[in-house]
Design a protein around this ligand. Structure first.
Ligand code: ZN
Ligand code: ZN
Length: 255
């Protein structure tokens, strides 16, 4: 499977985009500003969007994506997968006719261009050759990560979190884990803010990963703009034995 990193930064700026990962051509994990870099013909191919949580940096591209590909969705609606409590927030605060139209009932409720698919933690949904399993993680709002597997390879995406014991437990039950995409938003000197905002900082991530029995390639995302090198250096010092690197917007990972 191919994972196209459309956005993986903790903020915006030249070359920086917020969280959006494209799996093959049809599926997104989160829909941050990175989705806006895709050419129109690629946007038309997106049929499924899995959302980790309701924060703006992970959903900012969704209202604009739907509007842009609206005509293509008349025959085949876009499916948005998330927890019901996340969907509720999106409806109350974004698709409320004030910030953006409610595309979940356009052009009619019976034949809307966007379809909400309720998912619960531990649930798995199959799309094409891949299985997407939702795993609950801890953040300031209800949040999840996903484990994505096909017959030959697997990866996990933490979403935003300061603690994810269920994710490590689920991964430890797998035969193998090829890739872990995990956030580490803040440098160590900002660990207090990281704790308040429920994000990882280098030492808290190292402490969590101590329980992970696999040794996957670890790609670190959500780095605070301007602090990328510092955070990565601190992570290497905290976990010298781990296979760690940062990911950059625009790169493609093949599993
Ligand atoms: Zn968040
Ligand atoms: Zn975020």
């Amino acid at each position: 499977m191919k994972i196209n990193v459309l956005g993986c930064s903790g903020g915006i700026g030249s070359g920086l985009r917020t969280t959006a990962l494209r799996v093959n051509s049809s599926t997104l994990l989160d829909c941050g500003t990175g989705v806006g870099d895709l050419p129109l013909e690629d946007l038309f191919q997106i049929k499924h969007v899995f959302i980790t949580h309701s924060h703006l940096d992970h959903v900012a591209g969704l209202p604009l994506l739907i509007d842009t590909i609206y005509e293509k969705l008349i025959d085949e609606p876009l499916k948005v997968y998330c927890q019901p409590k996340t969907y509720k927030v999106l409806m109350e605060h974004i698709f409320n006719w004030k910030i953006w139209p409610n595309f979940f009932c356009l052009p009619s409720e019976e034949k809307a261009v966007v379809q909400f698919v309720a998912m619960q933690p531990e649930q798995t949904i199959a799309i094409e050759d891949n299985r997407y399993t939702m795993i609950e993680v801890e953040h300031t709002v209800p949040a999840v990560g996903y484990i994505v597997q096909n017959g030959t390879s697997s990866f996990a995406f933490s979403g935003d979190t300061a603690s994810a014991p269920k994710l490590w437990q689920a991964l430890n039950q797998q035969n193998k884990v090829d890739l872990l995409i995990v956030e580490c938003a803040f440098a160590q000197e900002r660990s207090e803010i990281a704790n308040q905002a429920k994000h990882f900082s280098p030492q808290s991530l190292a402490a969590e990963l101590a329980v992970l029995s696999h040794d996957p390639q670890i790609c670190v995302s959500h780095l605070q703009p301007g602090e990328e090198e510092k955070i990565m250096q601190e992570l290497h010092e905290a976990m010298p034995q781990r296979n760690l690197r940062s990911i950059v917007c625009g790169e493609t990972l093949s599993l």
